[in-house]
Each structure stands twice: as C-alpha cells, then as structure tokens.
Design a protein around this ligand. Structure first.
Ligand code: SF4
Ligand code: SF4
Length: 317
C-alpha cells in the first residue's frame, strides 16, 4: 500500500476505526491551538484545577501536538462508547459513575488505537507517532471538536450529535498527512441549562467552565485527602465519579449500550446493595476491584472508604 494518497489512507483508516469498534473517528490538522491558550491559562490562574498540578505541566505541549510528536501533521481522534448494557443495582443509593462499571478503559482504548496504528503503518510505512487516551498532555475534547466529532456542552463534556456524551476519547498523533474533517462549529445546547442547574455542588461556574475543586468527580477520585465537610452533604450518593450533569442532558437520550464486552458491568456494581459497600474491607476491595482491573482500583482503599462515608452521610445509610 506504499504510495497511497492522503485521501485513500484517510478513507481506509476511518473504515478500520469503525471496524475496530470505535463509535466515531475524525481527523484534525496538527497545529497550535491558539484560541484555547488564553482560556486554559485563565482557568489555571484561577486555581480551578485544584490539586491536579499536572494540568499546569507542559503547557506548550498541550497547546501544540507538534511539540509532542516531531513533525506531527494529523491528529486522529476516536471515541469509544461506554454506556453500560446493565445498570447499577437500583436498590443501591451509593452510586458509581458509569465509566467505571467494567474493566479499566485505558487498556481497551489503547489496544484499539494500537491496532489502528498498525493499519496506518501498513498504509504509510513512514508513520511516526504516539497514542494518547485520557492523558494530561492532550486537550482531548478540543481535538474532538477540531476533528468534527461534536461540540463541548455546558457540562464540559464532548457531545456527539445523536449519540450523546458517554464516550471515552483517544488520539493518534501522526506525522502522516491525512484529509482533515471540518471542525464542529455548531453548539446544540441552545438555551438549555439543565446540567448547570442539576449539579449538586454548583461546580459548573459558567457554561463549559468547571471548578474542579467543587466537582464530585474530582472530590471522589483526584483529591487524595478526605472530602471537605462543605461537600459531604451534597454528594447525592456518589462514591466514585459523578454522572449527574450527563444523566440530565437531553442529548443522552440517544445513548445506546456499548457492544464492548470489557465494559460489562462488574458483579458488585450489578448486585451490591448499600450494606455491601459499607462493609467493604481491604481484602474485598483487592478481590473485587483490583483483581478485576476496575477503574475503582485507581484510588486507594482508604479513599473509597471516605467516599462511601461521605456519600452515606447525606442518605443516612
Ligand atoms: S460531574 Fe457532578 S459534580 Fe461534577 S459538574 Fe457534573 S454534576 Fe457537577
Ligand atoms: S444539559 Fe443542556 S446545557 Fe448541559 S450539556 Fe446538555 S444540552 Fe448542553
């Protein structure tokens, strides 16, 4: 396939992406994200990233993929649907975020991207590049918009038209020239403010602007310390992540269950009631979540215990 044109390679890569199970694939030109520099710097200056100090690192790399991959010309952006087939036990009021129902997504998205990269290498042997998923140096949602996948909602999530927002994103940055998609210029949020109104901690301080320090997702996963008192009454049962601003989004009525078996809901999430969560000990945590490579095992057992206690303090469990 040596000598294929950018058009041919682009067509084959997009078809391959769908065959690999990606729900969407778009391409952006690897260039500096000049428009996003000021808002990102302001957000950091205001301290809205909380203790996520790594957000401040490698700013120039985050704003220009050519600093991450020498000679980068294209950013291939993919989305993987994680909307679960089986919901959490409805009798449990201690709630886990949907993205964490199954096996750790980093492996899955990376593996699929690796296979896509193999295809690209076959078509363009001079390909040099890097794969990213949920990784700090890349402004994933910005690239997804640039690649025409969708728009960023007021809740800060990437929303894919007629598909919703329950997607993981991944990128393959390459030095190969591909045919870019038009950036997604529309915004179908309109006058809706449901996510902003539903957020129990008022973490969405302006449309698309999140104060991470107030967000339950941050408080239950990123923050290493005990959840501060001012938020413990407002958790609405969330013990790992929070989907409230996505659950209320009208665009998620289009969500369809994922076909990815690795995201099948783990047994404890499917069946446990509050009492099981409340009596979870270290051994059970290792057995149920660590062994299963669940995203829950990304936090320490003590952190999960505190989350359960904080979430239960409001529900009275
Ligand atoms: S994830 Fe939860 S806490 Fe964070 S902004 Fe959305 S609704 Fe608010
Ligand atoms: S809930 Fe409404 S405002 Fe929020 S992201 Fe969805 S459409 Fe946009």
């Amino acid at each position: 396939m040596q000598g294929s044109t950018p058009q041919e390679i682009t067509g084959i890569i997009k078809r391959e992406a769908l065959q690999l199970g990606f729900a969407a694939c778009g391409i952006a030109i690897a260039s500096q994200l000049t428009r996003h520099e000021a808002p990102l710097k302001d957000w950091l200056k205001e301290g809205l990233h909380g203790t996520m100090g790594y957000m401040k690192n490698h700013l120039e790399k985050r704003l220009d993929p050519r600093m991450l991959v020498e000679g980068a010309r294209s950013v291939i952006v993919v989305a993987v649907n994680y909307f679960p087939k089986e919901q959490q036990n409805p009798r449990a009021s201690l709630i886990v975020s949907k993205y964490a129902y199954g096996f750790d997504y980093h492996f899955i998205v990376k593996e699929k991207l690796r296979r896509l990269e193999e295809k690209l290498k076959e078509l363009a042997p001079l390909h040099q590049g890097r794969i990213f998923t949920d990784s700090a140096p890349v402004l994933e949602r910005v690239w997804a918009v640039q690649a025409g996948l969708g728009w960023t909602g007021k809740n800060g999530c990437l929303i894919i038209p007629r598909k919703g927002s329950f997607f993981f994103l991944g990128e393959l940055i390459t030095n190969i020239e591909l045919v870019p998609d038009a950036a997604f210029e529309k915004d179908f949020c309109g006058n809706c403010r449901r996510c902003m109104e539903a957020c129990p901690t008022q973490a969405i301080v302006a449309p698309g602007k999140l104060d991470a320090r107030r967000c339950i997702s941050y408080l239950t996963i990123e923050l290493k310390d005990r959840i501060p008192d001012e938020f413990r009454e407002k958790m609405q049962g969330r013990i790992f992540g929070c989907d409230i601003c996505q659950d209320v989004c009208p665009h998620n009525r289009f969500s369809e269950p994922t076909g990815e078996i690795a995201f099948n809901t783990l047994e404890p999430i499917k069946n446990w009631e509050n009492k099981n969560w409340e009596s979870l000990d270290r051994q059970g945590f290792n057995q149920m979540f660590k062994k299963a490579s669940s995203p829950l095992s990304r936090i320490k057992f003590e952190k999960l215990r505190d989350n359960i206690e904080a979430a239960g303090s409001e529900t009275g469990h």
